[in-house]
Design a protein around this ligand. Structure first.
Ligand code: GLY
Ligand code: MN
Length: 458
């Protein structure tokens, strides 16, 4: 494990975080990092990623480790690697060394944990093996992290309130992730001219991330089929006339994420129809970013994106009617079926392991409406919150060819006109926007999204 050079400020940050937690709960909390999953034999593993709740308080991506937090104190539980593992993995930092780096108040071997687990709350990790251990150590059934009860629910709410607003150390990390992500996108754009397949662009982009000793915060989306929202295929050829959608983000070694999308023409030049739709999405993107500031409801930002997109599509003759009415009828969602964005932090969809507990203000529940059901964040914005703004336009066959949708929006969509836009399968423009004390800061601002830059960066 690489020990960060700024570990003194890391230790101070970790102490602040646990002291803040102590002000919110009066019982112990135990958080597990999780363990590796084996792919076939024990030493051939899927990549390991510590649980984000653990990382928030432990700071370092330790494996098979646990922190116990009580009244502002942190106890680290982990076993030292056996001497025999040095042959395969080299020397590992010891428990005591790690405890020193993160300024733990005490450190114990794992077998001591059970005796320190009475009346402790936890958050279940995603790894099923560790979840069994959690139940065993706490001597009770551990429920899904999106349905906590009792002290687990209290702990979950406390951690959400801390993680919703990023501290200085988190912001330093998030800005580093954003900076490398911007370089990756620039590399992707520069590689397009000579690339043959999506995979070539993916390689160019991820190679920047890897060469900064970072990892991808989520599976990269690099596709000429942007209408598949989380497309993970990279085998399609790049053809003149295609739009290439790249949604690629870096994660720092300490686990902080970036999430950035651009869409550009493979040829370097938009067709008139592609440009028309790009302008609509860009107008929604710009209007939404201009609206970000403390106190603003994220739902209203989503509705603004829907409104601008509906208006733009009316102007292009694709939709018929008044934008407000179209949004009311969810007609925008025919082409913009997802939410305008989400929380960003240690995870790309930060804290979504907790279901909507983090994304939705207490008392609010997800709408069943077609145009609102995929909205992942429905809270007033607060300083220190990092959100994505990512409106899009997609022609999803599963939506547009659905007989029920066709019937419902029969007279609202000019289907003949829509056919003229068949060279626009998917466009998304996404930036990471930090809510500041009075305003907003776009962490990914340095990567342009205007047509001139997008067209001529190739
Ligand atoms: N970057 C993928 C997403 O936001 O869902
Ligand atoms: Mn996103």
């Amino acid at each position: 494990m690489q020990i960060p050079t700024n570990h003194i400020s890391l230790a101070t940050t970790l102490r602040n975080r646990r002291e803040k937690l102590a002000k919110l709960i009066n019982f112990p909390a135990i958080l597990w990092s999780g363990s590796r999953s084996s792919r076939n034999f024990p030493a051939n593993n899927f990549p390991f990623r510590s649980s984000s709740h653990f990382l928030y308080f432990a700071g370092l991506p330790m494996e098979e480790a646990v922190v116990r937090l009580e009244r502002g104190k942190l106890e680290l539980f982990m076993d030292n690697a056996p001497g025999s593992s040095q042959l395969w993995y080299g020397e590992m930092p010891t428990r005591d060394r790690l405890a020193e780096i993160i300024n733990a108040d005490a450190a114990f071997p794992m077998q001591e944990l059970k005796s320190r687990a009475t009346n402790a709350a936890t958050i279940p990790v995603q790894n099923p093996t560790t979840k069994i251990t959690q139940s065993d150590i706490l001597n009770r059934d551990i429920y899904a992290s999106n349905h906590p009860t009792g002290i687990d629910l209290e702990l979950t709410k406390a951690i959400i309130s801390l993680r919703l607003s990023h501290d200085a150390m988190a912001l330093t990390e998030l800005k580093q992730a954003a900076a490398v992500t911007i370089k990756a996108h620039k590399a992707g754009m520069a590689a397009t001219k000579d690339a043959q397949f999506e995979a070539n662009i993916r390689a160019a982009m991820e190679s920047v991330i890897i060469s900064h000793n970072m990892t991808c915060a989520y599976p990269s989306i690099v596709t000429v089929h942007g209408e598949v929202l989380h497309n993970e295929q990279y085998h399609h050829p790049l053809q003149i006339g295609d739009l290439l959608l790249t949604d690629v983000g870096a994660e720092t070694p300490l686990g902080w994420a970036s999430d950035l999308t651009r869409t550009w023409p493979v040829s370097g030049k938009f067709s008139p129809t592609q440009r028309d739709i790009y302008d609509v999405v860009l107008a929604a993107h710009d209007a939404c970013i201009a609206k970000v500031k403390p106190g603003v409801e994220y739902l209203d930002i989503h509705l603004l994106a829907a409104q601008v997109i509906a208006e733009g599509l009316v102007n292009l003759g694709i939709l018929k009617g008044k934008a407000e009415d179209l949004v009311e009828m969810d007609a925008h969602a025919l082409f913009f079926p997802h939410g305008v964005g989400h929380l960003l932090g240690l995870d790309v969809h930060d804290m979504e392991d907790l279901g909507d507990l983090a994304g939705y203000e207490i008392g609010r529940v997800r709408s069943h409406r077609f145009g609102l059901g995929f909205l992942r964040l429905n809270r007033p914005l607060i300083p220190g919150m990092l959100v994505t703004i990512e409106p899009g336009f997609y022609q999803v066959p599963g939506i547009l060819n659905d007989p029920e949708m066709h019937q419902k929006y029969q007279d609202i969509v000019n289907w003949e006109k829509l056919e003229k836009f068949s060279d626009v399968r998917g466009i998304r423009i996404e930036d990471d926007v930090l809510v500041t004390e009075n305003d907003a800061e776009v962490l990914t601002q340095e990567l342009p999204s205007d047509v001139d830059s997008i067209e001529y960066s190739n």
